[in-house]
Design a protein around this ligand. Structure first.
Ligand SMILES: CC(C)(COP(=O)(O)OP(=O)(O)OC[C@H]1O[C@@H](n2cnc3c(N)ncnc32)[C@H](O)[C@@H]1OP(=O)(O)O)[C@@H](O)C(=O)NCCC(=O)NCCS
Length: 155
């Protein structure tokens, strides 16, 4: 597995991984068109990379397999403070259960730390297996918004 910084060229892949996060149950609730039309969703990738954005892409044999990136999203689903970036995570279905998400989260936390951020946040449905993964890398639940948990990692 190769981990590398996410660049502007990764926009389409990040959008695809965001769709995976939207459709985490396995049902295709969101298409790219629907996501693009929904500002609450699209704001996580729109204009990537904006100043201050950072992210990591995992490649297997030269093929993008997963991505994790973070951005300051005022009023985002996982918002906790103006200076706390909120992350998005997705791994392509055919590459799952190989430790890619865990590696991406660790690399993203390292990047955030190097950029002097104090915390990372996210929003996750407690029924999503990702919630357990986040807990094992140190995220702690700090609140509930509608049906989703807000989690924070102290860096
Ligand atoms: C959640 C997701 C990112 C996990 O990616 P992954 O690369 O398969 O995760 P990893 O291989 O690093 O898994 C690490 C651990 O997480 C847990 N885990 C991951 N997927 C799981 C699943 N489907 N069921 C149960 N546990 C799971 C396991 O404890 C796993 O360790 P193990 O494989 O040694 O048992 C991936 O399934 C995905 O992209 N889902 C859709 C997008 C999404 O839900 N994003 C998060 C939105 S908040």
């Amino acid at each position: 597995m190769l981990l590398r910084p996410a660049t502007a060229d990764d926009f389409d892949f990040l959008a695809a991984m965001m769709l995976e996060a939207c459709n985490w149950t396995g049902e295709a609730w969101f298409t790219l068109e629907k996501a693009r039309a929904d500002d609450k969703v699209w704001r996580y990738v729109e204009g990537w990379p904006l100043a201050g954005d950072f992210g990591v892409v995992a490649e297997i044999d030269g093929v993008p397999a997963g991505a994790c990136w973070a951005r300051l999203v005022a009023g985002g689903y996982g918002y906790v403070a103006d200076d706390v970036p909120e992350l998005t995570l997705g791994v392509s279905p055919s590459f799952r259960r190989r430790g890619i998400a865990r590696a991406l989260l660790t690399a993203l936390a390292d990047t955030a730390r190097a950029a002097s951020y104090q915390r990372l946040s996210l929003s996750v449905d407690p029924n999503n297996p990702a919630a357990g993964l986040y807990a094992t890398v140190g995220f702690r639940k700090v609140g509930v918004v509608q049906t989703s948990d807000t989690m924070v990692l102290e860096l």
